[in-house]
Write a protein that binds this ligand. Structure first.
Ligand code: UD1
Length: 422
């Protein structure tokens, strides 16, 4: 298994281009199942999770073509005109939970699906009950057999669905199912995330009638048939935020390019509170560190609140800031796995249930550490950038799931980082 070696203490400088959003691309690639016509997607990041979903779709019978010849990086054409299997196997769903999103489109278009349940994961139980309840309300018959969700429905029908929590995945699964259902569906307490809006934009280009994506209430008027689409996925707001934390941590001056700053409002406000100097433009943010940041309190919340996917990164900044900060995690029950590793690097962090109390220390020291999930692993890379000496991060396959060419991008900014092939 590969490792990442970081030698801390370099001050970063320069510009970094942000990739397409992983969390937007995954459901969008899956939405190709809703039509027999070709769908062309641009800005798809080069990541392990993307290849997992493409493998899953190819296994169902979707024709997948990487459009290298066009010269456009990250362009794929998918065509679901020969779907032969309606099954998502355990080995793919367990490695990437977003695979579960094939359930809605398969059921909507083909009337049947057999999709493995995802099981638990490092950051919490993460059930799929809202997905299943919503589909049952649309008329699907659902059973759980041998670890698989076995679902069928001659024709899904529109329904009024209330989500107990604004789940991103459930909102996306249900919007895709409702696009080919008979009649009107209304999802209340829907997730507002920009990735949901991007999916709705794709579906509308395919001829669906989705209104209100990005708000509490999403209304979908079902249609009989959808057609092909060409779409560029939105930039990755979490990758953008990660590089901004890297800048604040190393007292750097960095321009983070090719982004949508409006997707990062809550995060940018918090970063400003720490003392970072930000200059925000239409598609870029220039960020300058403040010497030494000030600790701030924050709570992770559904969008437009502070994203849980940037909590671990921000914890590293708090660990070396002045004063004490309190982080409250409200989205996932077990998302402080990085704290133990940061403590090994000299951070002063106390965990109390879903709260982390962090007393800023003067500096961190490099150590061998272990990545436990995607965002935790990048937080260890960030910690390595400011730590004195060597930080060796193992289990970096987590990192490869969600950060495109991270060593290359950080090296170009002046970091001392390398991958040791395992
Ligand atoms: C998505 C993102 C992930 C992000 C998360 C929250 C993708 C591929 N992943 O994950 O990076 O951290 O949103 O912003 O887009 N829940 C239930 N029952 C359900 C569904 C969810 O109880 O049926 C709970 C979850 O356990 C969690 C909360 O709802 O506590 C939010 O989860 P959800 O928004 O569904 O996250 P994902 O879509 O899995």
């Amino acid at each position: 298994m590969d490792k990442i070696l970081v030698r801390g203490g370099r001050r970063l400088q320069g510009e970094v281009e942000i990739s397409g959003s992983k969390n937007a691309a995954l459901p969008i690639l899956i939405s190709s199942l809703l039509t027999a016509e070709p769908c062309v997607y641009e800005g798809v990041p080069d990541l392990a999770d993307i290849y997992t979903v493409l493998k899953l779709l190819a296994g169902l019978g979707v024709r997948v073509k990487k459009d290298d010849a066009t010269g456009a990086p990250g362009q794929f054409t998918l065509q679901a005109d020969r779907v032969a299997h309606l099954e998502a196997p355990y080995d793919l769903v367990k490695t990437m939970r977003a695979s579960f999103l094939v359930l809605g489109p398969l059921l909507g278009r083909f009337g049947a699906a057999r999709v493995s349940t995802p099981g638990g994961c490092a950051i919490g139980a993460r059930p799929v009950n809202f997905h299943l309840k919503g589909l049952a309300e649309m008329g699907a018959e659902i059973e759980i057999l041998h670890g698989y969700v076995v679902a069928k429905a001659k024709k899904l029908r529109g329904a009024r669905i209330y989500l107990d929590l604004p789940s991103v995945g459930a909102t996306e699964n249900l919007i895709m199912a409702a696009a080919l259902a008979e009649g009107v569906s209304v999802i209340e307490n829907a997730a507002h995330e920009p990735e949901v809006e991007d999916l709705a934009a794709v579906l509308n280009k395919m001829g669906a009638k989705v209104e209100g994506a990005g708000t509490d209430v999403v209304k979908i008027e079902g249609t009989d048939q959808l057609h092909g689409v060409s779409h560029r996925v939105i930039p990755d707001r979490i990758e953008a935020g990660t590089f901004m934390v890297a800048a604040a941590l190393t007292d750097a001056e960095i321009t983070v390019r090719g982004i949508r700053p409006d997707h990062l409002d809550a995060f940018l406000l918090k970063l400003k509170e720490t003392g970072a100097v930000l200059s925000v433009d239409r598609d870029r943010v220039k960020i300058a560190g403040s010497g030494r940041s000030v600790g701030v309190d924050f709570t992770t919340l559904p969008y437009p609140g502070f994203p849980t996917d940037l909590q671990a990164q921000m914890m590293v900044l708090m660990a070396v800031s002045r004063g004490t900060s309190v982080i409250t995690e409200t989205i996932f029950e077990n998302r402080f796995m990085h704290a133990q590793e940061l403590i090994r690097m000299g951070a002063d962090i106390r965990l109390e249930g879903n709260r982390a109390i962090i007393k800023g220390v003067g500096g961190l020291s490099g150590a061998p550490v272990m990545a436990t999930d995607l965002r935790a692993s990048v937080s260890l890379v960030l910690a390595g950038l400011v730590a004195e000496g060597r930080t060796e991060i193992s289990r970096v396959y987590h990192l490869d799931r969600g950060y495109e060419h991270i060593e290359r991008k950080l090296s170009a900014l002046g970091a001392d980082i390398q991958r040791i092939k395992g």
